[in-house]
Every structure is written in C-alpha cells, then in structure tokens.
Write a protein that binds this ligand. Structure first.
Ligand code: C2E
Ligand code: CA
Ligand code: CA
Length: 653
C-alpha cells in the first residue's frame, strides 16, 4: 500500500514527467467542471420546491460558480503554464481542491436526499456514483486526487444508502463497496501505463536527439577533415563541381599545395608533431586565403585551393608564393621546432568548359613539375604542360585500346666490372614501338601503365622476354629487371614472377630486381613482405636511383639490399659538381661498409669510370661502355669485352 501510494505522489524531481502529467490533466479538467456543473444543476432543478431554497438553489449555484471560475482559469491560464515548479504547486492545489469539492458536492447531495421522493433519491445515487465516477476518470492523470475523490464520493454514497432501509439502495451501496477496490486498481494501472508511455516517449525523444546529433556529426565529418577542420577532398570536389555548374564558361582557379619534408617530421618526431604541422599549416593557409577562396585538405600533406575567377594571374602567383613562404616558417613542436617546405601547382584556366577532374589533373601536373625541381615554389599549368598531358592521355588510351604486348621488347645495357672491364650483367630496359605512335620512352609509358593499372600485365610480358633472354645468355651473366612501385606492392605480381622463374628453369640467383624508394614509400609493409618473398626465392634486390628520393638509411638497413645503384643524375655531373662527387664517394663507402656492391649508372666518359673505380665503386653502366642494345648485340658486346680483358691480361702477363 505504501509503495502504491508512493508511486502516486507528484514527482517533483522529474520535471519532464510532471509536465506530461500536467498537460494531460489540463485537457481533462475543464470537461470535469462542465460535467459537474451540468449534473449538479440537474439535481438542483428537480429539488427546487421540495428542498429549502438555500439547499436546492444557493449552494449548487455557488458551487457551480466556483467550478465555472476554475474552468475559466484552466482555459485561460492553466493550460499555458510551462514552469515545472508552478505546475507542481498547481497540481497540489488541484488535489486539495478535488477533495474539498467532492466533499462539498457529496455533502450537498446527501443533505438533499431526505427531501426527495424515491425518484429524486435515485437521481442523487446516480449523481454520487456516475458523476463521481466521471470526475474520477477526468482526474486519472492526478491519481492522488482521483483516489481521494473516489474515497469521498463512494464513502458518502455508501454511508447514505447503506442505512436508507431501501433494499435497492442497500444492494447498490454494497456493490459500490466491492467496486471500489478494482476501481482503485484501474486508477493505479492506468497511471502506471501513462508513466510508462511518458518514459517511452522521453526515451524516443532522447534517441531521436542523439540520432540527429549523430547525423550532424556525420555530415560534418563527411565534408570536413577531422584533423584540421578544413573542407575535405569530397567537399573540395563538390564545391568545385557546384562552381562549374553555376558558371560553366568561367571555371575557378584551382591550386594544389604539397608539403615537402613532411614525412620525416612524422617519422622522426612522431605523429602528434606531424598532426601539429598539418593543423598549423591549415591555419596559416586560412589566414592567407581568407574569405575569398576555399582551402581543403585533400589527404596526407596535400592541400587544395579554389579561388574566385576574378583574381588576376599576378595576384594568384603572389598568393601561391605567400602560401609556400608560410609553410617555410618554423613550426613549434614540444622540445623544439621543425621546418618543412611546400610546392604549389596552379591552374589558371581559360574561359571555357572544364570538368572538376580536368582542373584537378592540371593543377596536379603543375605541382608534379614544380616538385621535381625541388625548389619549393609555385608553377602555373602552361601550354607546354598541356602538350605533355595530352600526350599522356594518348598513351593511356593506346595502352588500353591496343594489344600492346606484341609491341613491347627489351634492350639490354651492359653492367661492367670496373676493375676487370668485363660485362657481368645486363639491365633489361623496356621498349615500346607503337604502330600508331612510334617509339615511346619508358619514362612515359611505364607511369601511364601504372596509372591505368596495366603495369602488372606489362611486367609479366616483359619478364617473360627477360627469362627467354637469360636462357640464351652465357651462364655467368646476370640480368637486372626493373620493377615498378606498383609491382612491389602487389603480392599477386610477385608470386607470378617467382612462378615464371621456376617454370622457365632459370637459376633465380642470376636475376636481380631493381626497385625504387617510391615503392617503399607508398606501402612499406607490403613492399617489405614482397621483397622478403622474392629474396627467399633466391632473387637479389637492388635499390635503384639511390640519392634521388628519400634515401633513407633505415630502408637500406631494414631491407638488406644486395646492391645500391647510384643515380645517373650524380654520376653525369661528376666533372661539374664537386657535391655529386662527394655524394657518390659517400655512397661507395657506405656500400663498402655494408659489404654490398655499388653500381654507378650514367657513366658517359672514361675519366668518370676511372674516378669511380678509384672511389671503390665496383660496377658501372652507361653510354661510355654501351647504350642499351638488342639481345644479340648485347651478348656480342659482352663477348667482345671478355676478349679484350683476356687480351689485356695476357699482355700484362
Ligand atoms: P633506370 O632504371 O634508371 O634506367 C636507366 C636509364 O638510363 C635508361 O633509360 C637508360 O637507357 C638510361 N641510361 C643508361 N646509361 C646512360 C647514360 O650513360 N647516359 C644517359 N643519359 N642515360 C643513360 P630508359 O631505358 O629510357 O629507361 C628509363 C626508365 O624507365 C628506367 O630508369 C626505369 O625506371 C624505367 N624502366 C625501363 N624499363 C623498365 C621496365 O622494364 N620496367 C619498369 N618498371 N621500369 C622500366
Ligand atoms: Ca633501373
Ligand atoms: Ca636508375
């Protein structure tokens, strides 16, 4: 009983529930008063003349005036109250008033009872039970008031009729006694259901709010880079497309900025330092670009710019320079500061229709050009770039349209042992003689094959030729074969190559794969695994173009290369740039210390070959010895060098 009553108390500490209760109650209370007034007046009217006037008229009219007054208050004010504290007070007052009014109307009805005949007494019984019950139903959302009203109405009715001496009334009073228990139960369970519903509605509202919040977060995440808060790649393209759709003939200016030297910051100082650099860069860019354009982080350390068409070319160049200078300013990180630089590629498009992808590709191409110069500056997409880019497209199309396999071949550049002068190996270099485009440089078609995902197929075709060549070469000669970055990051290609070696019956120790550091940078873990598998199969691995890329000692250490190939860029400038001589000397001594061979590429003169030999470089290749040759000529060249070496030896003997 105690807990039952406790459950019916007003929940002052639960304002949401209190308000829900009040809202439901305030819609029922006016009905209650209307019912009460109509029924009371009906009873009063039938008793005018039979009961004293004060009882038949004044009291019911006074009570009805009170009721109507309350009705007006609820209609005009009560329904508008929104403050839970006031609501609490009103509901308490309503409970008290319910008891007072039930008592007043009950006492009035009982007082009238003795003045009426049997019909009028029946009407009073009806008034007490039916009107009482109706009022109780109207008070269901305020269970204390409902139960108090039940108690007052029913007990008044029972007390009056039980001792009336009329069998019908006694029977009615008895059934009302039995009715009261289930009645209270109904009030209770109705209220509990109501609480459950309010609770459920609350939960639903909360869930809905959470879902809406999540939606907002998701849509923010979908369009913003979480680290820097800048627009992300997706919204960069959405914005670009929207601008192009709005004014197709006036494409906006698009720029790309890529940080140089960002990766070492990440590697050496940790990701939080890297994150700080990116965030700070974003802030510097936003400050410089201001409201005029959009700055986005397109991924990694690449940022995108969209600038309004109205800017002059000169202004755009100045902005590009300012952005690159801003990147060069030091970045404070815990325990010191770091420096990076940035390169910027910009397309200032002609006034004609462009797609977003076209603009991006052009800016990217300009960026690639400026990055290859390594001076951290700004470059605009130019008509020359346009020419190269369209050639690139032609090559890509040709690669996809044609059965290029038949047009591919290899040439072999001899690798010479500098101390003996003999050829010890060849480097296989791809050639493509396109029926439509003529001879295309591997520097053009290899990247095109990488972009169009044809490289795996191309590598297999070329490697099959290399294996055939090995079979006809003298057994002491080895063959170097270039793998593209994509091949090195692809388990499928590497497995296929190993299978091809074993099918061809060639000794895998005669094969060397040349890979560049680009391959390691894109996906080191996969490259590491692939290299391990290839080495386990007996194939050796050389690091190509050493000195041009990242040239990380940790790569050399972790991957245990069998050879380092010193890039021809250094070797060819030997006689002009002392710096190149020092770098080559350092690499040679690094290889000596590691116990691996160094190969110098691009040796174009006897002097350079001799200088390299004195530095301790064992192997060399270059136009001084031979250009890349067709297989037959390459084998003949090796035999010729052998004969010369033998001749020299016998002369010395
Ligand atoms: P690489 O691996 O660095 O190859 C050396 C390049 O330098 C070759 O150009 C070669 O002809 C050239 N070269 C050799 N000696 C000299 C010299 O004394 N002076 C000068 N100026 N150049 C010299 P090539 O054949 O045009 O190849 C260019 C690049 O294409 C190669 O650079 C390599 O990265 C790629 N490549 C060539 N064949 C293949 C291949 O079969 N697969 C893959 N993935 N890449 C290949
Ligand atoms: Ca090579
Ligand atoms: Ca090379």
């Amino acid at each position: 009983m105690k807990s039952f009553l406790a459950g019916l108390h007003l929940q002052r500490d639960n304002p949401t529930f209190l308000m829900a209760q009040y809202r439901a109650l305030s819609s029922q209370i006016p009905v209650l008063y209307v019912l009460l007034v109509i029924n009371a007046l009906a009873v009063a009217i039938t008793h005018i003349g039979t009961a004293p006037q004060w009882l038949a008229l004044y009291i019911p009219v006074s009570l009805s005036i009170i009721c109507l007054f309350r009705l007006c208050w609820w209609e005009l004010q009560g329904k508008r109250v929104t403050d839970p504290a006031t609501v609490y007070v009103i509901m308490r007052r309503t409970t008290v008033l319910a008891v007072v009014l039930s008592f007043a109307f009950g006492a009035w009805a009982v007082a009238l009872y003795r003045y009426g005949d049997a019909y009028q007494q029946g009407q009073i019984a009806y008034f007490l039970v039916v009107t009482g019950t109706s009022c109780i139903f109207c008070l269901m959302h305020l269970p204390m008031a409902a139960i108090a009203t039940t108690a007052v109405c029913f007990s008044t009715m029972v007390a009056t009729f039980m001792f009336s001496g009329n069998a019908v009334f006694v029977a009615t009073a008895t059934s009302v006694i039995f009715l009261s228990v289930p009645f209270v139960r109904v009030i209770n369970s109705y209220f509990q259901n109501f609480s459950g519903l309010v609770h459920l509605a609350e939960e639903l509202k909360k869930k809905q709010a959470e879902a809406e919040e999540l939606n907002v977060v998701n849509s923010t995440n979908a369009l913003h880079d979480q680290l820097t808060g800048l627009a992300n790649r997706r919204s960069f393209f959405v914005e670009l497309q929207a601008m192009l759709a709005e004014r197709p003939e006036e494409p906006p200016i698009v720029g790309l900025i890529d940080l140089d030297g960002f990766k070492p910051v990440n590697d050496l100082f940790g990701h939080s330092a890297g994150d700080h650099v990116l965030k700070e860069t974003a802030a510097r860019f936003l400050h410089l670009v201001g409201e005029d354009g959009l700055v986005a982080r397109l991924g990694g350390d690449e940022f995108g710019l969209i600038l309004p068409r109205g800017l002059e070319r000169r202004q755009v160049a100045d902005l590009g320079i300012a952005l690159c200078s801003a990147v060069r300013e030091p970045y404070d990180i815990p325990g010191g500061s770091v420096r990076v630089s940035g390169s910027c590629g910009i397309v200032y498009p002609e006034k004609r229709r462009h797609t977003a992808e076209e603009l991006y590709e052009k800016a990217d191409f300009a960026l690639y050009q400026v990055k290859s110069k390594r001076n951290g500056s700004v470059e605009f997409f130019s008509p020359d770039h346009e020419k190269i880019l369209s050639q690139r497209h032609v090559i890509e199309l040709e690669l996809q349209a044609n059965d290029f396999g038949k047009e591919l071949s290899l040439e072999y550049q001899p690798v010479v042992d500098l101390s003996s002068g003999r050829v010890v190996a060849f480097e296989a270099l791809a050639r493509w003689d396109s029926a439509r485009l003529g001879r295309i440089s591997p520097d053009a078609f290899i990247p095109a094959a990488e972009r169009t995902a044809m490289i795996g197929k191309m590598t297999r075709i070329l490697f099959a030729q290399a294996l055939e060549a090995l079979a006809v070469m003298p057994a002491q000669l080895r063959l170097s074969f270039n793998l593209s970055a994509r091949d090195v990051c692809d388990h499928e290609t590497s497995m296929a190559l190993i299978a091809m070696v074993s099918r061809a019956g060639v000794d895998p120790h005669r094969i060397e794969f040349e890979i560049t550091e680009t391959a390691l940078l894109s996906d080191f873990d996969t490259a590491y695994d692939v290299i391990g598998v290839l080495r386990a199969a007996g194939i050796s691995i050389a690091l190509d173009d050493f000195g041009t890329g990242y040239s990380s000692l940790s790569h050399i250490h972790r991957l245990e290369f069998d050879k380092l190939k010193i890039d021809k860029g250094f070797v060819m400038k030997f006689d002009r740039e002392p710096r190149c001589v020092s770098i080559t000397r350092s690499v040679a001594s690094l290889c000596q210390n590691l116990g691996i061979a160094a190969v110098a590429e691009g040796v174009e003169s006897a002097e350079i070959a001799e200088a390299l030999r004195r530095m301790g470089v064992q192997l060399a290749q270059g136009y001084h010895f031979s250009r890349p040759l067709p297989l037959g000529e390459a084998i003949a060249f090796a035999a010729g060098r052998d004969r010369t070496a033998i001749g020299r030896r016998s002369l010395r003997a």
